[in-house]
Design a protein around this ligand. Structure first.
Ligand code: BMA
Length: 857
C-alpha cells in the first residue's frame, strides 16, 4: 500500500482521486413493496407489509382481533403452528441489471425461511439475528421477478429438535409453552435463534410471529464495493486521536483504488491500494487533531464525528458513512477493600452508571416507529440516565436505537440474545450463533455507546443457583456435562472470541449476574441482580443491606395508568383478580404481591382507580429507595440499572414507562433520584444520616439547609450546614439521633425538608418523613391551580396551604406530558409545572383533573 498524503488535522487536499471519475459504483433497490402473504395451503393471497410479520398482516387484513385487547392473545396461538408464505413481484431498475454483480441482502428473516427467486431455490435461513447475502445476477430477469419466502412454523421446527434430543434442556417458565398450547408443553424456544421474548416472558405476551422483519435490499455494483468500514481508535490525547479505518472491500478483479477518509467534505487521509479479488481488508491510518471527546449524559457533550470512507477506482466510487465518538471506556475490575471493583471508566474517569434495563418496545418489533425509539431514549436522557442495558431476551436493536444512544450520551450494556435458559450444545447450533455474533458485533462496533458485550442473562444463575445443575445431574452426569459443555463453548469461547476478533478492546462479560466466568454472583465481586424484593417478597428496606458492586437488575411492579389500562380492559374487568387483569400480569406471584407490599406502607385504596394510583406511588418510592441506597454506596457500588424502563404491550409490570409511553410515577422518581446532586436521608436504628452524592467532576461547595415543618407549613426547627463534597463522591453531611432531632414533636405530622443551596440557588432538595405513609396524619388539602399558556403547552401553577402528598396531575386520554408529577406539594409553596400538549385551554380545562394521596383511601 502506498501512502499518497499523510496529514493530521482537517485540511483540504486534492488527491489523485479527486480527478477521477466518481460515478457511483453501487446501486441499491429496497424490495419493500407489492408483498402478499397467505397461510400455506390457503387459496387467497392477502396484502402484506414488509418489514412486518404474519400477526400484524393478519391484523391489518381484519383476520384476527387486536392481540392486546382483553384475552385475545390466548386465541391466537394457532398462528405459530402453521407455515406462512410471502411473495412479491418486482421489476429491477435497468441500470442495476447491467452491473457486474447483484446480491440480495436479507437483513432479517424471522426465522425458518426458504427463499426462492423466479422459482430457483436461493436460501435456507434459520436465524432471525443473521444477515444473509445471495448472488442473484444470473437469476434476475429484465421484466417481472418473483421472490417467494416460505416461513416454517418455529414451533413445529422446534418440536423436531426437542424430540431429537434424549434429554430435556432446562428452560425457565418465561417460555410459556403451556399457554402457547404447544404439544406436551414442550419448551422449544431455545432451539430457534429467534427473539426469546416472543415465546412469552413475565411481562410479555406469547405471540410467536414469523416474517421478514428487516429490509430486503437488492445491492448491485461494478468492480468493487465497501462491505464494511471499521473505525478503530488506537490512542487519544488532548492533542490528537489516532485511528485506523479498516475497509473491508470486495473486488471483482485486481485493480488500483484510492481509499479516503472524509469528514465535513474534507479529506483527512487518502491511501492508494492494490485491491485483490474477493473480500479483503485494507487499513488506513488517520489522525484527528484536538479531538473533542464523547461524554455521557451529565458529564459533557457526547460529541460525534461523522466520517465517510470512500473507495475510488478508475470507473467510480463507493462510500460508507459512520459516526464515531472519541472516547475510552474501560471496565475496571481491581481488588479493593470491598472485593473486586466493577467500575466503568470513561475517558479515564470512574463514572457511576445510572439507568435501566431495556426490552423491545413492542412484541412486534417491526411496528415500532422511529418516533417511539426517539421518545424512549429521550426519556432515558431526561431521566439522567447514562446507561441502558439491552437485555438478552429481546433483540439486537435497530441501528436507530444505537444512533440515539450515541447522540444522547447513553452507554449501552449489550447482552447477546440468550436469557434464562440453557441452550443446545451441538456444532450446528454453535456455528450458527458464531455467525450471528459476528454479524451483530460488526454492525454495532462503531457506536461509541457500546460499553460492554455480555454473553447472557441469568443462564449461569439458573444453572448454579436456581437448581438446574442439580436437576440435570439427577438425570445423569452425562446430561449435565453436555449441557454445561454447550454453555462453556458458547459463553466462554465462541462469544468472547468473536468480540476479541471483531471488536477487540471492548469488554466481554460472560453472564449477568456473575462474578466472572462460570462463577455465581455475590455482592463483593461482580454484577448483581437483586430480586429478594418482589420475587422473594422481602421488605424493600433490604435494598440498603444488599448492595453489590454493580446492580444490574432489581425492580418492583405497578399497573399502567388508567388510560393505558383502558387500552386492554373494560370497566367490568377492573379488579386485581379478574381474568383480564390476570392475563395482563405475567409474573407468577401476581397482582397480590403488589397489594401485599402496598398494605405494609399504605392504607387499602378505596377503588380500582385509586389502587392504580397508589400502586404507582408505591413502585416509585420503592425504586427511589433502592437507587438512593446504591448511590449512597458510591465507590463500593458503581452502577444502578433498575428493571425495566419500557414495556412491549399494555401490562402490569416492572416498567417505569408503559407501552403507550406514559411515564409512571417511577419514571419521575428515578429522574430525581438520578440527578447529579442527590440529597438522601437515611435512618438506621434511630440514627439519621443525611448523605450528599455528587456526580459532578468538581467539588460541591455550599450549604445544606435542613428544616422541620408540620403539614400546615409551620417551621419547627432549622439548621444550615456549610458543606463541601468532593467531586464524584458520596458523603454523610449531617448526622443526628432521631429523639434529639424530634425533641418530642409528633412524628406523624412533620417532615424534614433538605435543600442543597449554592449562591442562593437550590440545586437539589428532598422531603423526608419519619413514619410510613399509613401512619402519617395526612391532611386533605385544597389545591388551587391555574393555567397559563406556555411555549409548547401550558404552565400549571399549583398551591396548597397544607401538605398535598403525591399530587397526581391527569389529562385522561389526551396527549400531553407533565414535566413533573406525583410530587409532594409543600404547604404555602407555589409550584409551576410545564405541560407539553397541543390542547387548547378549553380542551385542557375539560380534560384536567388532579388528586393527592388521602383521596385514595
Ligand atoms: C430478571 C430479568 C427478566 C425478568 C425480570 C423480572 O431477572 O432478567 O428475566 O423479566 O427479572 O422477573
Amino acid at each position: 500500500m502506498r501512502t499518497i498524503i499523510i496529514l493530521s488535522g482537517i485540511v483540504i487536499i486534492t488527491s489523485l482521486a479527486g480527478c477521477m471519475n466518481q460515478k457511483e459504483l453501487t446501486i441499491n433497490q429496497n424490495l419493500n413493496t407489492n408483498w402478499q402473504f397467505r397461510q400455506v395451503g390457503a387459496e387467497q393471497w392477502l396484502p402484506a407489509t414488509v418489514p412486518g410479520c404474519n400477526h400484524t398482516d393478519l391484523l391489518a387484513n381484519g383476520k384476527i382481533e387486536d392481540p392486546f385487547w382483553r384475552m385475545n392473545e390466548a386465541n391466537l396461538q394457532w398462528i405459530d403452528k402453521l407455515d406462512w408464505e410471502y411473495k412479491t413481484i418486482f421489476q429491477v431498475k435497468p441500470q442495476l441489471l447491467i452491473k457486474d454483480r447483484v446480491m440480495l441482502d436479507f437483513q432479517g428473516l424471522d426465522t425458518y425461511a426458504e427463499v426462492s427467486l423466479n422459482g430457483n431455490p436461493l436460501l435456507t435461513a434459520d436465524n432471525m439475528f443473521r444477515q444473509w447475502q445471495v448472488d442473484v445476477k444470473d437469476i434476475l430477469l429484465p421484466g417481472d421477478n418473483e421472490l417467494r419466502i416460505l416461513f416454517r412454523s418455529p414451533i413445529t421446527e422446534g418440536i423436531k429438535k426437542y424430540d431429537a434430543l434424549d434429554y430435556v434442556i432446562p428452560v425457565s417458565d418465561n417460555d410459556m409453552a403451556k399457554h402457547g398450547q404447544v404439544e406436551g408443553d414442550k419448551k422449544v424456544s431455545v432451539f430457534t435463534r429467534k427473539a426469546p421474548y416472543h415465546f412469552g416472558w413475565d411481562w410479555g405476551p406469547r405471540l410467536v410471529s414469523s416474517g421478514v422483519w428487516r429490509p430486503i435490499v437488492l445491492k448491485a455494483w461494478d468492480q468493487a464495493r465497501i462491505l464494511d468500514l471499521h473505525l478503530i481508535q488506537k490512542s487519544v490525547s488532548e492533542q490528537s486521536a489516532t485511528l485506523t479505518a479498516v475497509f473491508e472491500v470486495e473486488a471483482e478483479q485486481s485493480t488500483n483504488a484510492t481509499l479516503e477518509i472524509v469528514t465535513d467534505g474534507q479529506i483527512l487521509h487518502a491511501d492508494e491500494v492494490a485491491l485483490k479479488p474477493g473480500a479483503h481488508t485494507y487499513n488506513v491510518d488517520f489522525t484527528i487533531t484536538n479531538p473533542k471527546l464523547w461524554w455521557t449524559n451529565g458529564l459533557g457533550e457526547p460529541h460525534l464525528y461523522t466520517l465517510t470512507g470512500k473507495l475510488i477506482t478508475q470507473t467510480g466510487a463507493h462510500s460508507r458513512t459512520e459516526r464515531i465518538g472519541i472516547r475510552t471506556v474501560e471496565l475496571v475490575r481491581a481488588n479493593d477493600e470491598y472485593g473486586t471493583s466493577f467500575t466503568f471508566k470513561l475517558n479515564g474517569i470512574p463514572v457511576f452508571m445510572k439507568g435501566a434495563n431495556y426490552i423491545p418496545n413492542d412484541i412486534y418489533p417491526t411496528r415500532v416507529s422511529d418516533d417511539k425509539y426517539r421518545r424512549v431514549i429521550e426519556t432515558a436522557r431526561t431521566s439522567n440516565f447514562n446507561m441502558l442495558r439491552v437485555w438478552g431476551g429481546g433483540i439486537y436493536e435497530n441501528d436507530l436505537f444505537y444512533d440515539l444512544c450515541d447522540e444522547a450520551g447513553i452507554l449501552v450494556w449489550q447482552d447477546f440474545m440468550f436469557a434464562c435458559a440453557m441452550y443446545p450444545s451441538d456444532k450446528q447450533f454453535l456455528d450458527n450463533v458464531r455467525l450471528e455474533a459476528i454479524d451483530n458485533v460488526k454492525r454495532l462496533r462503531n457506536h461509541p455507546c457500546i460499553a460492554l458485550w455480555c454473553g447472557n442473562n441469568e443462564n449461569l444463575a439458573a444453572w448454579l443457583q436456581w437448581g438446574w445443575k442439580k436437576q440435570a445431574e439427577a438425570k445423569g452426569q452425562a446430561v449435565a456435562d453436555i449441557i454445561w459443555q454447550g454453555y462453556t463453548d458458547l459463553f466462554h469461547h465462541i462469544l468472547p472470541e468473536v468480540v476479541a476478533e471483531y471488536d477487540s478492546g471492548r469488554f466481554y462479560w460472560s453472564s449477568s449476574p456473575s462474578t466472572g466466568e462460570g462463577k455465581p454472583s455475590d455482592l463483593a465481586h461482580g454484577d448483581e441482580h437483586y430480586w429478594r424484593v418482589w420475587h422473594g417478597r422481602d421488605p424493600y428496606e433490604t435494598y440498603a443491606d444488599n448492595i453489590g458492586r454493580f446492580m444490574s437488575e432489581y425492580g418492583f411492579q405497578s399497573f399502567p395508568a388508567l388510560p393505558t389500562v383502558q387500552e386492554y380492559a373494560l370497566p367490568e374487568d377492573y379488579g386485581l383478580l379478574t381474568d383480564v387483569m390476570k392475563a395482563h400480569q405475567r409474573s407468577y406471584i401476581g397482582n397480590e404481591a403488589i397489594k401485599q407490599y402496598m398494605l405494609r406502607d399504605y392504607q387499602e385504596p378505596k377503588d380500582f382507580e385509586s389502587f392504580l394510583y397508589v400502586g404507582q406511588v408505591l413502585q416509585a418510592e420503592i425504586i427511589r429507595f433502592a437507587v438512593e441506597a446504591h448511590r449512597r454506596a458510591m465507590g463500593q457500588c458503581m452502577g444502578s440499572l433498575y428493571w425495566q424502563i419500557n414495556d412491549c404491550w399494555p401490562v402490569a409490570s416492572w416498567s417505569s414507562m408503559d407501552s403507550s409511553l406514559r411515564w409512571k410515577a417511577e419514571q419521575y422518581f428515578v429522574k430525581k433520584a438520578f440527578e447529579p446532586i442527590l440529597i438522601s436521608p437515611f435512618m438506621i436504628d434511630d440514627n439519621l444520616k443525611i448523605y450528599l452524592v455528587n456526580d459532578h467532576l468538581c467539588t460541591l461547595k455550599g450549604n445544606l439547609s435542613l428544616r422541620l415543618l408540620d403539614f400546615n407549613g409551620k417551621q419547627l426547627w432549622q439548621k444550615t450546614i456549610p458543606t463541601e463534597v468532593p467531586a464524584n463522591a458520596a458523603r454523610v453531611c449531617f448526622e443526628t439521633q432521631r429523639p434529639a432531632l424530634l425533641n418530642g414533636l409528633d412524628d406523624t405530622s412533620i417532615m424534614l425538608i433538605a435543600e442543597w443551596v449554592e449562591n442562593d440557588q437550590v440545586l437539589a432538595d428532598c422531603v423526608y418523613y419519619f413514619r410510613k405513609v399509613k401512619d402519617l396524619n395526612l391532611p386533605n388539602p385544597e389545591i388551587e391551580y391555574d393555567f397559563k399558556k406556555g411555549t409548547d403547552g401550558f404552565e400549571i401553577t399549583l398551591k396548597s396551604q397544607q401538605l398535598a402528598k403525591n399530587v397526581y396531575l391527569m389529562i385522561g386520554k389526551e396527549e400531553g406530558f407533565f414535566e413533573d408529577n406525583y410530587f409532594d406539594l409543600l404547604p404555602g409553596k407555589a409550584v409551576t409545572i410545564d405541560l407539553k400538549t397541543t390542547m387548547n385551554k378549553d380542551q385542557l380545562e375539560q380534560a384536567f383533573s388532579l388528586r393527592c394521596l388521602p383521596s385514595a383511601f
